[in-house]
Design a protein around this ligand. Structure first.
Ligand code: SF4
Length: 347
């Protein structure tokens, strides 16, 4: 199908030209569908000069996700959208208000459920149903952007940190990121898009090799293999040293700091020994470490209190000596925080 939401831009242009459609027409069509959310085939024919004979190849009417519920946090303005796929599955998308007034970043899902199954994550506890199609990821962007625009704000970034591990759905997730960053697609700057992974080494290397314009965030979960295996047993086959080696290759190839995300769990991974282990693991690889409080609606895992976190940060500044940032994970009252997306509007 010639759906510009479902093909990486260069493949979309190539497929359209094979059908005899001019590149300018294809770009206009993509801008109408993704940029302005125009879905009336007559407007594509009249406004974009799409030959009528091509409508069937485009697949009109295009499939859509259905927005079933919108929730807004009373604490911090985070919003969560509950969307339904055509086969009846629930997908969640989070709207993250940024410090810059009127700007919003979107947290997109790439799978329904997640086979990685991290112990502290609601997505990991739900059944892993399937990968999302490229158009389903792009449609999250379009629908969430409509909500943002309706309130007079604008979308300036996107993070692939919602439900699922994007690198387990590499082709589609990266194609969606390309569509979202394309000037005649979502028109979001490439560096304003972040792809998050729990550390799939082959895919990190592929991402580096392909020289994608997006930012990479690697979630370490713990500083030692033993503790990581407790929190993410399905990842035990890949040692942290191998992940850091891939992170280092990425940092050196890009000449940048690689972003490491670290979910902080009281009594489990925020001791002084963890800070030391983290520093040893990272060594001289240039990184930025983002600390995120765990949010676990079951109460099994809790974030460190202020004293434990302060001691961990002190130890990190002594041992690691690299930038450490505390990342806010909001929308806890509407189950929109990191690790709480489970295909329902509220818990
Ligand atoms: S934390 Fe990420 S990788 Fe782990 S189960 Fe949740 S969505 Fe999957």
């Amino acid at each position: 199908m010639l759906d510009p939401r479902n093909l990486a831009p260069e493949r979309y242009l190539a497929a359209g030209q094979e059908l005899g459609v001019r590149p300018e027409t294809l770009r206009r069509l993509s801008a109408a569908i993704i940029g302005r959310d125009e879905h009336d085939p007559e407007s594509w024919v009249r406004g974009c000069q799409v030959p009528r004979r091509v409508l069937e190849a485009i697949g009109a009417p295009l499939p859509r996700l259905e927005l079933t519920e919108t929730r807004t946090s009373s604490r911090d303005g985070f919003q969560k959208l509950l969307l339904r796929t055509r086969d009846g599955l629930a997908v969640e998308t989070v709207l993250i208000p940024l410090h810059k007034q009127g700007c919003v970043s979107l947290c997109l899902s790439s799978q329904v459920g997640c086979p990685v199954g991290c112990a502290f994550c609601a997505t990991g506890r739900m059944p892993a149903r399937r990968n999302l199609e490229t158009w389903e990821i792009v449609d999250q962007f379009v629908i969430a952007r409509n909500v943002v625009r309706a309130s007079g704000r604008k979308v300036t970034g996107a993070v692939f940190m919602g439900m699922g591990e994007p690198f387990l759905n590499y082709e589609r997730a990266l194609a969606a990121a390309e569509v979202i960053s394309c000037p005649y697609g979502g028109a979001i700057a490439g560096p304003a898009i972040t792809i998050s992974t729990v550390g799939l080494v082959a895919e990190i290397d592929r991402f580096t090799r392909e020289n994608r314009r997006f930012r990479l965030s690697i979630s370490l979960i713990a500083a030692t293999d033993a503790r990581r295996s407790l929190l993410a047993p399905n990842l035990r086959a890949t040692p942290l040293a191998a992940i850091m080696a891939a992170a280092r290759r990425h940092a050196l190839a890009r000449r940048t700091r690689v972003m490491l995300a670290y979910v902080c769990i009281a009594g489990l991974n925020t001791g002084e020994d963890d800070a030391r282990a983290l520093a040893e693991l990272v060594a001289d690889t240039p990184v930025r470490l983002d600390l995120i409080d765990v949010t676990d609606p079951t109460g099994r895992f809790t974030p460190p209190d202020a004293a434990e976190l302060a001691a961990f940060r002190d130890a990190l500044s002594r041992e690691l000596r690299q930038p450490v940032v505390r990342r806010y994970s909001g929308g806890a009252d509407i189950a929109a925080a990191c690790g709480t997306l489970a295909g329902r509007a509220v818990t």
